[in-house]
Design a protein around this ligand. Structure first.
Ligand SMILES: N[C@@H](CCC(=O)N[C@@H](CS)C(=O)NCC(=O)O)C(=O)O
Length: 232
């Protein structure tokens, strides 16, 4: 069974959280939004049953599943990318939802007023939002993840789960967007950086990282604007 995966072409974006789970799980998929002439909105509008609001979504032929964390939940259940038991399954989903919360906040640092407006039109608000995100929100989330890493379940209680691969994308994205801030936090959150590095070395992901399917962050959610970064 080969899934159709739909996301915007040219950027990893939110799609990356689901894509990396597909890749790490060795799950066959087609990246349909990157097809020549693909029209993501037109495809979205073509669905009558369980229509997605926005990409990413996964089309299994039988099911159409949107919301990044929901796609990961499905992949976890269907392909063993999360623990079997109720507790571990819920915990993994909980972590993934939190990862997506941070991701939404990271996006809002450069687009705090409107996603549809240019960054240049909201630079002042972006500077305020980014400062707050750097100073308060990043450390608060990292404290939480570091505590999570120390629980008996780790990130799912299995070798790795989709929450671990999602966490890898999050940490990489934050380091791309806020290199100075993340460097300043490295000592305090060393176990989290080590966890990111562990996931980066998963044998299951090495071919993907070398492939053209793996895109650099660039103009997506995790954007690097030097003026939005700082050591504190
Ligand atoms: N909560 C959703 C958010 C989906 C979302 O915002 N997708 C973006 C791309 S990353 C989009 O195309 N949004 C269009 C819109 O909101 O109008 C998820 O996690 O999948």
């Amino acid at each position: 069974m080969t899934y159709d995966f739909w996301y915007w072409p040219g950027i990893p974006g939110r799609g990356e959280f689901a894509r990396i789970a597909l890749e790490a799980g060795g799950i066959p998929y087609r990246e349909r939004g990157r097809d020549e002439g693909a029209d993501v909105w037109a495809k979205r509008d073509s669905y009558d049953a369980t229509p997605p609001y926005a990409p990413p979504w996964l089309d299994t032929g039988e099911l159409v599943i949107a919301q990044t964390a929901n796609i990961c939940l499905f992949l976890g259940d269907e392909h063993g990318l999360a623990p079997d038991g109720r507790k571990g399954r819920l915990w993994t989903h909980q972590l993934m939802l939190t990862i997506m919360d941070v991701t939404a906040e990271a996006h809002d640092t450069h687009h705090p007023i409107a996603s549809s407006a240019y960054y240049d039109e909201q630079k002042d608000a972006a500077a305020r939002r980014a400062e707050q995100f750097r100073k308060e929100r990043i450390p608060k989330f990292l404290v939480h993840f570091q505590k999570a890493l120390g629980t008996d379940l780790l990130f799912g209680g299995v070798t790795w789960s989709y929450a671990d691969t999602g966490f890898y994308v999050l940490m990489s994205g934050l380091c791309h967007a806020f290199p100075k801030r993340m460097a300043a936090l490295e000592d305090e959150f060393r176990p989290l950086f080590a966890h990111r590095d562990r996931i980066a070395k998963l044998p299951e992901l090495q071919d993907y990282f070398k492939s053209e399917r793996c895109l650099p962050f660039g103009e997506g959610i995790f954007r690097h604007y030097p003026e939005l970064d700082g050591a504190d």
